[in-house]
Write a protein that binds this ligand. Structure first.
Ligand SMILES: NC(=O)c1ccc[n+]([C@@H]2O[C@H](COP(=O)([O-])OP(=O)(O)OC[C@H]3O[C@@H](n4cnc5c(N)ncnc54)[C@H](OP(=O)(O)O)[C@@H]3O)[C@@H](O)[C@H]2O)c1
Length: 330
């Protein structure tokens, strides 16, 4: 009888997450009840937030040891007992890290097979929507302004930076040394800063000679402090995430002197969660799909092959191994 491989979140990380925090288990194949759909997962998304879910309550409830590790994914309907779904449909949901899941039809989103699966999970999914609404609605860049993006070589950052270029801005990204040239050559950023090289304020100053008007913050921590230092008057900070603080036993309390900077420079610093914009998702999906089709933005994906590699892929993300949207092919 066929079984269902699952990655169980087994032990809370003391500091950095790694394969030791998970156990691989073979469970019975789930059986869909009335109103449910059995899905075979094909691609699973890796997200920095996965680490935060192990730590405590976020925008979703905390994970507890023994739970199937949570995670968004794409899959194919195998059997349907819910109206509106038939075998072969392409659907996404929070399946968790497992090969099969039985979920209520209302928990699933059906997708057009005309799009590449990697794009559905990346640029046309949460990643692209986060970049689109975070930059345009929260950051509100104007042509000619300078936009700084941290985590710029990652999933959200790579798209946010390219949208800012389309809006006529000068765009600078921060990442590790080995990805700086790639940002400029492949994704069309105007400059890139290695945030690990020291003197971050000086490096941002050199890369943004007219100061920073919009900072799209994926990292928090040291980059946030340096970015605030270089912000122009009436600047805007779109607080998307704080990946520098997720995978550590000693999260930073944030940069010193923040309120002072905010007051003297009249900076608007605003957090957002992509789901706040869910009602407008079609607008973003249409714009992003058009830009990708027309070659105006690239949608880099980093696909790790093999379900067995889930934990090491997650650890690799915090070591900065990914370029663009990280996912695992199951
Ligand atoms: N607000 C929302 O609704 C929403 C939705 C989705 C995602 N997010 C947030 O968006 C951010 C980016 O997510 P993503 O999915 O696009 O992930 P990602 O950027 O593709 O992957 C994470 C990247 O973070 C960087 N990083 C790791 N440790 C770091 C550290 N200590 N300091 C600075 N950078 C570090 C690494 O790149 P380097 O090599 O450059 O270090 C790594 O590749 C995260 O903060 C996430 O929580 C927010």
């Amino acid at each position: 009888m066929a079984t269902n491989k699952q990655w169980i979140y087994a032990r809370k990380p003391n500091a950095q997450v790694g394969p030791g925090n998970f156990d691989l288990r073979e469970a019975a194949m789930p059986q869909p009840k009335d109103g449910e759909v059995l899905v075979r997962t094909t691609l699973l998304s890796l997200d920095p937030a996965s680490r935060a879910w192990m730590q405590g309550q976020t925008y979703r409830s905390q994970l507890n040891p023994g739970d199937v590790m949570a995670g968004w994914g794409l899959g194919e309907v195998v059997e349907s007992k819910a109206p509106g779904f038939v075998p072969g449909d392409l659907v996404s949901a929070d399946y968790g890290w497992q090969q099969y899941a039985a979920l209520p039809g209302r928990a699933l989103t059906k997708h057009d097979k005309a799009h590449k699966p990697e794009h559905i999970l990346g640029v046309l999914g949460i990643t692209g929507l986060t970049a689109y609404f975070g930059l345009l609605d929260v950051g509100r860049p104007r042509p000619g302004e300078t936009v700084l993006v941290s985590g710029a070589a990652g999933a959200v950052g790579s798209i946010a930076g390219q949208i800012a270029k389309l809006m006529g801005c000068r765009v600078v990204g921060t990442t590790r040394a080995d990805k700086c040239q790639w940002l400029v050559d492949e994704l069309g950023f105007d400059a890139a800063v290695d945030y690990t090289a020291g003197n971050l304020v000086g490096a941002i100053k050199a890369a943004c000679p007219r100061g920073v008007d919009v900072y799209f913050d994926n990292t928090g921590g040291e980059v946030l402090g340096a970015a605030l230092n270089r912000m122009n008057v009436w600047g805007r900070v779109a607080c998307c995430g704080a990946v520098a603080n997720y995978d550590t036993a000693t999260p930073s309390g944030g940069p010193a002197g923040v309120p002072g900077f905010l007051v003297t420079k009249r900076i608007r610093m605003e957090g957002f969660v992509v789901m706040d914009f869910y009602a407008r998702r079609r607008e973003a999906e249409t714009a992003l799909a058009t830009w990708v089709e027309q070659g105006k933005i690239k949608a880099p994906v980093d696909v790790v092959e093999g379900f067995d590699k889930m934990p090491e892929a997650l650890a690799g993300m915090f070591a900065g191994k990914n370029r663009g949207k990280l996912m695992v092919r199951v």
